[in-house]
Design a protein around this ligand. Structure first.
Ligand code: NDP
Length: 337
């Protein structure tokens, strides 16, 4: 049972060497009387929040990872044996599993049974999984978009951002994305349907860049990165603008968060800035599938994935999120079904 385990708690940027690949014990059976589920893991999801769990003493989510134990995170798995009658051998599921080939997990960690298999199964780590629900809930429920709104998305080519942009276009909005390379900017404009995109690393003055793309201001800023980007956005918000605060990846490796100096614009401009967590919206998952599946099947919503083949590629794939190495949703293949 090959595993990716945390070697030591992380400060600063995570490195591949913070994790080890080890051979763990093979789990053969669900213990008698438990409602655990024995899973064969197929696809694992690299998600930015995982860095927060690699630090010691984080009171975020379930708390920090345990040293010398497999990382935990989202994944797509097949049920091998189940202590709960509603999960049967052979069922495909997505939810929280461990970074190893086979996992025994409490059935409460499984979020959903996978019913639609005419789309790539790996999509359940991305567009049809947690990042998809994040984009959907954050944009529609928190962002309250209207046709004609001007929308800015940071980390726009990533797992969440690429969907926010496409959902904004489906709503009839004008949407601009920022990303960290020319390849990503081209992807945003040529494949993902953004009206405009720019490389924030090549903009000496983010405020001036935003003025260029939003001469009338921004109605919705979908916040994925925090720090300097947020500070530049605030004075460029329109009256009654909305800022769904999804994430702040530029801050996760810092010991002290960057100061944001322009917050008073929230008052003058009557802007609503609201943090949210995708899991609070999982009751909307059936409605989300009804909305997004036809769009995927008709090619009206596309999804870019970055696939790392093999569990041993997991550490490099995960740390790559914090340097922008991934192009699209970063997935680790444990085994294809
Ligand atoms: P991505 O697929 O977008 O991968 C992370 C990307 O972030 C990188 O590719 C990189 O792109 C960008 N990035 C990394 N470091 C920096 C930096 N210092 N400054 C600016 N950009 C940076 O990740 P996700 O789409 O999965 O996640 C996006 C955000 O959404 C994260 O903040 C995450 O924590 C948050 N999130 C929140 C959820 C919630 O429930 N609230 C759920 C899921 C995600 P680039 O090359 O463009 O810099």
């Amino acid at each position: 049972n090959k595993q990716v385990v945390l070697r030591d708690y992380v400060t600063g940027f995570p490195k591949e060497s913070d994790m080890n690949i080890v051979e763990g014990t093979i789990i053969l059976k669900v213990p008698e009387g438990s409602n655990d589920v024995l899973l064969k893991n197929l696809y694992l999801s690299c998600d930015p929040y995982m860095r927060l769990l690699m630090a010691k003493d984080r009171s975020f989510g379930d708390g920090s990872f345990t040293l010398a134990s497999p990382l935990k995170g989202y994944g797509v798995s097949q049920v091998l044996e189940s202590g709960r009658p509603d999960y049967k051998k052979g069922d495909l599921v997505w939810g929280i599993t461990k970074w190893e080939e086979y996992s025994l997990v409490p059935s409460s960690l499984i979020h959903f049974k996978i019913e639609h298999t005419d789309v790539p199964l790996s999509y359940y780590t991305g567009i049809l999984g947690m990042p998809g629900m994040t984009a959907y809930a954050g944009f529609f429920e928190v962002g309250s978009p209207k046709k004609g709104d001007t929308v800015f998305v940071s980390a726009a080519s990533g797992a969440v951002g690429q969907l926010v942009g496409q959902f904004a276009k489906l709503t009839g909005c004008y949407v601009v994305g920022s990303a960290g390379s020319k390849e990503k900017v081209d992807l945003l404009k040529n494949k993902l349907g953004f009206d405009e995109a720019f490389n924030y690393k090549e903009e000496p003055d983010l405020n001036a860049a935003l003025k260029r793309y939003f001469p009338e201001g921004i109605d919705i800023y979908f916040e994925n990165v925090g720090g300097k980007t947020l500070d530049a956005v605030l004075p460029n918000m329109k009256f009654h603008g909305r800022i769904p605060v999804c994430g702040m990846i530029s801050q996760y490796n810092l010991t002290q968060f960057d100061g944001v100096t322009n917050l008073a614009n929230l008052i003058f401009k009557r802007v609503k800035m609201e943090g949210f967590i995708a899991t609070d919206f999982y009751h909307l998952y059936p409605k989300f599938l009804e909305f997004v599946l036809p769009h995927i099947r008709e090619g009206k919503v596309v999804y870019v994935e970055d696939i790392a083949e093999g569990l041993e590629k997991g550490p490099a794939a995960l740390v790559g999120l914090y340097t922008g190495r991934n192009v699209g949703k970063q997935v680790v293949v444990v085994t294809h079904k």
